[in-house]
Ligand binder design. Structure first.
Ligand SMILES: Nc1ncnc2c1ncn2[C@@H]1O[C@H](COP(=O)(O)OP(=O)(O)OP(=O)(O)O)[C@@H](O)[C@H]1O
Length: 298
């Protein structure tokens, strides 16, 4: 820490058990590169937090650690109090953490509806596979029975299909995508593909939603709509939300707490007003021009 640096605010003082997602001193290195150092975060239900910083600061790496794509070299990650170090991404998803990606990762040749249905179905299947040996056998028998049900289009198979379709249709509606229901994902405009990714993430019925640059490539109008939508999702689905975003208007406009990374280190954390007038944040990321154009004072 430099001589004039202020200590970073501690993570929210909420009880540990209340946190939906929490990290404790997480660090990760790639060879000699420290991509993330002593990263601390705590997300509760109802939170809408931001994670910002210059290119290469470690934001996506943080998401990858939180979702089990990368294992931390040091430190611990907890989902609703359960330590998840060593768990696979789908296991962490089952515990209630869903994400979108900086580079959209849809099933491009599937329809919008099927993209969301896949996530709804995977969630159902994952719940069925929380198992002991007895449950495993029951599950295998169940899967075998399901195979026959699917082949014969039995009433119970059709009922389950209708349930998944209704669930996926509801999520498309929430995301303003009902009119794209039967279109292939690859044919949707970019902004709608981003919203479809969010619908798909919601299909896994998460408690925490991690959005990696959700507004990238959107026009001003789409960004304004997205801001309203993210807040609504947080409230209606009772989520905790963490957003990585370079669009400062969006981040400062919706987030109640913002963590700022630079070279893997947390250089600031606080409310938007505190963060945007923090000298370290201005130097590392926002630049004096941001300060001038927004009339702030360091
Ligand atoms: N799998 C990896 N192997 C080696 N280096 C990596 C790997 N993943 C990330 N890095 C490095 O870690 C650092 C942080 O990268 P990261 O993608 O997390 O930054 P970021 O803040 O998300 O940047 P951006 O805003 O450009 O997306 C970068 O120097 C990057 O090159």
């Amino acid at each position: 820490m430099s001589a004039n640096a202020q200590p970073v605010a501690p993570v929210a003082p909420a009880t540990k058990s209340a946190a939906l997602l929490r990290t404790d001193g997480v660090s990760i290195q790639f060879g000699g590169l420290k991509a993330l150092t002593d990263f601390r975060l705590s997300i509760q239900q109802g939170d809408l937090q931001g994670l910002i910083g210059p290119n290469g600061a470690g934001k996506s790496t943080a998401f990858n650690v939180l979702t089990g794509v990368y294992q931390p070299s040091q430190g611990e990650v907890f989902v609703s109090g359960t330590k998840v170090n060593g768990r696979k991404p789908h296991q962490i998803n089952l515990l209630g953490v869903a994400r979108t990606f900086q580079n959209i990762r849809l099933f491009r040749a599937l329809t919008a509806l099927d993209n969301v249905k896949v996530a709804c179905r995977a969630q159902t299947a994952l719940h069925q596979s929380r198992m002991g040996v007895g449950a495993k056998l029951a599950n295998a028998a169940h899967n075998y029975a399901d195979w026959w049900k699917a082949l014969l289009l039995t009433p119970s198979f059709q009922r389950e299909e209708r349930r998944l379709t209704a669930q996926a249709e509801h999520l498309l509606e929430v995301m303003g995508l009902s009119h794209r229901r039967d279109e292939e994902a690859r044919n949707l405009p970019y902004g709608e593909q981003r919203r479809l990714e969010i619908a798909r993430a919601l299909g896994s019925q998460p408690r925490v939603l991690l959005l990696d640059e959700p507004a990238a490539g959107m026009n001003t109008r789409e960004k304004a709509d997205l801001m309203v939508l993210i807040r609504k999702l947080r409230d209606d689905f009772k989520l905790g939300v963490l957003v990585i975003e370079h669009d400062m208007k969006l981040v400062m406009g919706i987030c109640e707490q913002i963590t700022v990374l630079d070279h893997g280190e947390t250089i600031a954390r606080g409310a938007p007003a505190e963060v945007r007038s923090d000298r370290k944040v201005i130097e590392a990321y926002l630049g004096d021009s941001y300060l001038e154009s927004h009339g702030g004072a360091a």
